[in-house]
Ligand binder design. Sequence first.
Ligand code: 5AD
Ligand code: SF4
Length: 471
Amino acid sequence: MKGSIATVTAGVRKLHVKSYGCQMNVYDSHRMTDLLAREGYAEACPEDADLIILNTCHIREKAAEKVYSELGRIRKLKDAAAREGRNLTVAVAGCVAQAEGEEIVRRAPLVDLVVGPQSYHRLPELLAEAADGTKVVATDFPAEDKFDHLAPASNAAIRGRGVTAFVTVQEGCDKFCTFCVVPYTRGAEVSRPVGKIVAEVERLADAGVREVTLIGQNVNAYHGDGPDGRPWTLGRLLERAAEVPGIARLRYTTSHPGDMDESLIAAHRDLPALMPFLHLPVQSGSDRLLDAMNRRHTRAEYLRTIEQVRAARPDMAFSTDFIVGFPGETEDEFRATLSLVEEVGFASAFSFKYSPRPGTPAAEMAEQLPEEVKSERLQRLQRLIDGHQAAFNAGSLGRTFEVLFEKPGRHPGQIVGRSPYLQPVQVMASSTLVGEIRSVTITEIAPNSLFGTLTAEPSRVSDRVLLEAGG
Ligand code: 5AD
Ligand code: SF4
């Protein structure tokens, strides 16, 4: 009997991937899942898994520490699996893997495999190496293009992930902001060729994806080879992606203010599919701090960029990232950040306490600020941002938005979609509308979602998109 179960389940190994941090990790986790699906792995909950991959984030200390507490919980699962006579393989991937390498195996001996973001395409062979109990650490930056070796997602996998998708177009960063680990963990900037990106977007669209977010650590530094053999800008790539039948919406993230070039601003003017919402991290409103952070732009230059994008697309809204308590930040310099929030009127923003990252220049700077100062500033900034976000949402009341419906909503009979500004919108409507774009009038505002009703007229934009998709 035991033997027959083994026969039935042979070849079906179970995989659980947990993703932390940015959208690129979400994308990478999907690529690892797709690659391992070819090797016979099916997705499962952690309790049933034969292989758990933690795809980690190293951007701030708290993010990195989460990995070790999760490994503590996994230790129990590994012990339980051993009691059942099963082997649970534990892999740590992502930026903590890249930054800490062997240290992870030393600190958490239950880990079998440590794999950096540039080696995901080697997962099958690395797992084979680890199968006999050897601890495997793969954190090189190999010369080959990992994207060429990663598996494309099956149509079923794409559908299971919904009607919106990420596509990595660029990886790594050459900016070296003094607080940031990314240039060390993700390496130098590399852009994928236009043809491969377009092929991926086409595959997604064929499987029913309607919205694609082009992602990269410094996405607007994109300079991949075009079909003409010359480097293309992100603006041009967006223009090409907008031509893919079925793709109704485009976004891109995360951008550096210094790389908002003319072609990208023109894309905001010329491409209706490019959503009028831009995440443009500024980090600080103080010129002295921007300089100490090596951000390579001033406050005035940032504001000018915002103005240019607004001039190109008047319904534009912005979000940003801030760091408070960078070494040496004075109260006045912090207030310059507060005043920048007022001046731009961000629709939303993320704010973080400065977290010294080993190996980065800012971690070595004198005048590291006490935790209490950072916490107090963070609270003040977040209060201000919350007020702006609430005002932005309140301004949506009575307006009509195009909403892309993504999935069933919170309550029976409801479906939820996103406005152009990424606000979740709950509507009483049939779930057959998932994947469709409809005009919705906003009737009620709750703190984190909007409620609306379908407007009687079918939306002109979605009609056009459907016609194009049909043609
Ligand atoms: N400390 C705090 N926040 C950081 N970020 C990046 N590095 C650090 C750090 N060392 C923030 C920045 C960036 C976002 C992704 O994370 O605001 O834009
Ligand atoms: Fe980090 Fe972004 Fe600066 Fe690059 S541009 S170093 S990813 S904060």
